[in-house]
Design a protein around this ligand. Sequence first.
Ligand code: 5GP
Ligand code: ZN
Length: 136
Amino acid sequence: MDDCIFCKIVKGEIPCSKVYEDNHVIAFLDIAPASKGHTLIVPKEHYEIIPNVPNALLEKTIDVVKKIGCALLKENDGFNVMQNNRKAAEQLVPHVHFHVIPRNNGDGLDVAKWKSSKYAEGEMEEMLAKLKDNMR
Ligand code: 5GP
Ligand code: ZN
């Protein structure tokens, strides 16, 4: 993808603060972090969203998510893993990536907070049936 910012980072055309790199995956600091140490883990090959990524590559990518999470836990109380698919889910860069966001007790960050809702009578069963059907 010629105009993809993360492809340009992978190719070294745009600089990044590289935390980790192997043949398949790169990890670098997010330029606008939710908290200090916020890292993006990116498969080098361009895929837009999770369903497009071959399982073997996804596994390699998650291995790096785990590596970074472990490293961040040496200096922080916890971390969030976030991963957005498509604009509706607030994906800004259309090259699949995982956010690993360091968290600390009482940091007050709004990451991973949503206003919870309720199912109407029978709606949960309907949802369950539909989802299971779509998994076939
Ligand atoms: P998304 O909303 O697509 O899940 O997140 C994209 C992330 O990429 C954002 O957190 C944003 O700060 C980060 N980002 C966008 N452009 C660049 C860049 O050129 N360099 C780095 N290091 N991060 C970027
Ligand atoms: Zn790309």
